[in-house]
Design a protein around this ligand. Structure first.
Ligand code: ATP
Length: 253
């Protein structure tokens, strides 16, 4: 039986008079990829950043690996991998140096080149962050979440703006993280991505969870309610055409 590694109970976040998160509760099980889905402004990033200890909650409780976020934030930070904010990418350091700096800070013995390999950025090791393409920046940002060998990894829209090849390659990377035993919490606006990666998803709308289950069960429930697509679906889509014409390998090296 899997245990809950994150337990969020009745979480509320107010910005002034505005209630962005309205009392949500959910558990994330150890070893799963859990998706937070929802329209712009639904409260996903706010929820994620509260669990990451980057924002303060208004009320509610959060337990991570048995520890109360209010009492043991530092111990919780030690087991979490969070994408560095842009300020963490010291402008005068190259990618290899940034990873070396942070692995020193975390007291971890990480081989920067091996880590850059996992996101296909070995060739850019001597480049500065600002010299990377959008997709390369995203990949580097994911690599930085792995420096402290975390048990829980948070990815906020990790594939936004990437080309289809890079998205699919990052899906493989994210699955590998799970295979190594990590728990992954991800937000995305791509439903194909959520379907491909997530064991369970919570759909958040206007600060409330409106559905929480496996993608399969949510789809079956919708079909059971009599839902029919207005347009017949072909067995391939334009993305299949694109990938078929341009191949599956990384394209921006
Ligand atoms: P997106 O998909 O656009 O990233 P989101 O679901 O991550 O959206 P949040 O960024 O959590 O949404 O924002 C939730 C709501 O809270 C929005 O209405 C936003 O305007 C508001 N909000 C977020 N941060 C602040 C802040 N620092 N001060 C005031 N309001 C904020």
């Amino acid at each position: 039986m899997k245990k809950a590694i994150i337990q969020v109970n009745n979480l509320v976040k107010k910005y002034g008079d505005f209630e962005a998160v309205k009392g949500i509760s959910f558990d994330v099980m150890e070893g799963e990829i859990f998706g937070l889905l929802g329209p712009n402004g639904a409260g996903k990033t706010t929820t994620l950043e509260i669990i990451e200890t980057l924002r303060k909650k208004t009320s509610g409780t959060i337990i991570v690996d048995g520890m109360d976020l209010d009492k043991e934030p530092q111990a919780i930070k030690n087991i979490m991998g969070v994408q560095l904010q842009a300020a963490g990418y010291y402008p005068n350091l190259n990618l290899k140096q940034i990873i070396a700096l942070f692995s020193g800070l975390y007291n971890k013995d990480i081989d920067p080149m091996a880590l850059l390999d996992t996101v296909n950025l070995r060739d850019k090791a001597k480049n500065k962050f600002k010299q990377l393409s959008g997709g390369q920046k995203q990949r580097f940002s994911i690599a930085t979440t792995l420096i402290n060998e975390p048990r829980i990894i948070f990815l906020d829209e990790p594939t936004t703006g990437l080309d289809p090849q890079a998205r699919r390659n990052l899906w493989e990377l994210i699955k590998q993280l799970r295979e190594r035993g990590a728990t992954v919490v991800i937000t995305t606006h791509y439903m194909d991505e959520a379907e491909e990666l997530c064991e369970r998803v919570a759909i958040v709308d206007s600060g409330k969870i409106v559905a929480l289950s496996t993608p399969n069960e949510l789809i079956d429930n919708l079909l059971a309610s009599g839902f029919k697509r207005s347009k017949a679906v072909k067995e391939a889509n334009l993305e299949d055409v694109f990938l078929n014409m341009t191949g599956k390998e990384w394209r921006d090296e």
